[in-house]
Design a protein around this ligand. Structure first.
Ligand SMILES: C[C@@]1(CC(=O)O)c2cc3[nH]c(cc4nc(cc5[nH]c(cc(n2)[C@H]1CCC(=O)O)[C@@](C)(CC(=O)O)[C@@H]5CCC(=O)O)C(CC(=O)O)=C4CCC(=O)O)c(CCC(=O)O)c3CC(=O)O
Ligand SMILES: NC(=O)C1=CN([C@@H]2O[C@H](COP(=O)(O)OP(=O)(O)OC[C@H]3O[C@@H](n4cnc5c(N)ncnc54)[C@H](O)[C@@H]3O)[C@@H](O)[C@H]2O)C=CC1
Length: 209
């Protein structure tokens, strides 16, 4: 595959979306929800999007909007306009909903559970199946996995102060992950108690007095 997964910093990113239909609206929601500034060109805009701070423009302003943007999303049903906007967006990042491989950004399906984000891309072969796989994967990640992430984050911060060597920190993090007592506490939802156990164990093992 000629594409690789990367994360784009969207806070403050200027996104111009050509179109106001289904795909354009989905893209607008996604970018707004992640801190971008969104301007759309088309006939009408969802009240929801207005509420989130998106701006609606006429397609006559497309050239100016391209100049303004960092990222251009081409998602109109007007093929000629799509081609024109893509042509003048050569020095911008582009996501093309109609001709994905002529752009340089693909928007995969993504979901978050706690602090973990999972994205799926079928290489453009079946967006429908990307959606189904998202639902399957969403169903197998448990509350316990999320609690484990919280505990690992907590443990990593403590260990960074106590253990200078990364390999030692890694070994200790695996020990915490495999500890049966901590597993039991996670199962019964006693996260604060699990943190206390971890804290005491680290204090005991790495007493630097
Ligand atoms: C390449 C990509 C480019 C990009 O847009 O960046 C692209 C392209 C195209 N999609 C088309 C159709 C559909 N797209 C969906 C749904 C989604 N499409 C999404 C992403 C992507 N779609 C990128 C690659 C994803 C990958 O390969 O994994 C998702 C995952 C994310 C999102 O859009 O937010 C979102 C699901 C979100 C969720 O629910 O999780 C459905 C299903 C539905 O509507 O229910 C259909 C109808 C059924 C079908 O066709 O499968 C067509 C028109 C084809 C035609 O003309 O027939 C094109 C253009 C083309 O292929 O030429
Ligand atoms: N990447 C993706 O996930 C998907 C991409 N697509 C592609 O993205 C494009 C937009 O799809 P949707 O948002 O689902 O369509 P839609 O029909 O919901 O929206 C199309 C928008 O383009 C506008 N438009 C302006 N001039 C037009 C013209 N001459 N003909 C048709 N529409 C015109 C419409 O007013 C509307 O706002 C299509 O080219 C489609 O093939 C479609 C489905 C999913």
């Amino acid at each position: 595959m000629d594409w690789t997964a990367l994360y784009l910093k969207t806070s403050g990113l200027k996104v111009f979306i050509l179109g106001t239909g289904e795909v354009a609206t989905r893209r607008a929601n996604r970018f707004l929800d992640h801190g971008a500034i969104v301007r759309m060109a088309g006939s009408s805009m969802d009240d929801d999007l207005k509420g989130k701070g998106a701006f609606l423009h006429s397609t006559d302003e497309a050239d100016e909007l391209v100049k303004w943007a960092d990222l251009v999303v081409v998602a109109s049903g007007d093929k000629e306009l799509c081609d024109h906007v893509s042509r003048i967006s050569e020095d911008k990042l582009v996501n093309r909903a109609d001709l994905p491989y002529d752009g340089d950004i693909i928007v995969p399906t993504s979901f978050s559970i706690g602090d973990v984000e999972i994205s799926i891309f079928t290489g453009g072969k079946s967006p429908l199946m990307a959606r189904q796989l998202r639902k399957k994967i969403q169903a197998i990640i448990t509350e316990e996995d999320i609690a484990e992430i919280e505990l690992q984050d907590y443990s990593r911060s403590l260990l960074k102060e106590k253990l200078p060597d990364q390999k030692d920190r890694r070994d200790y993090l695996y020990k915490i992950f495999e500890d049966e007592d901590i597993k039991e506490l996670i199962k019964s939802g006693e996260i604060d108690r699990a943190k206390a156990v971890i804290y005491e164990s680290i204090e005991r093992d790495f007493d630097d007095t």
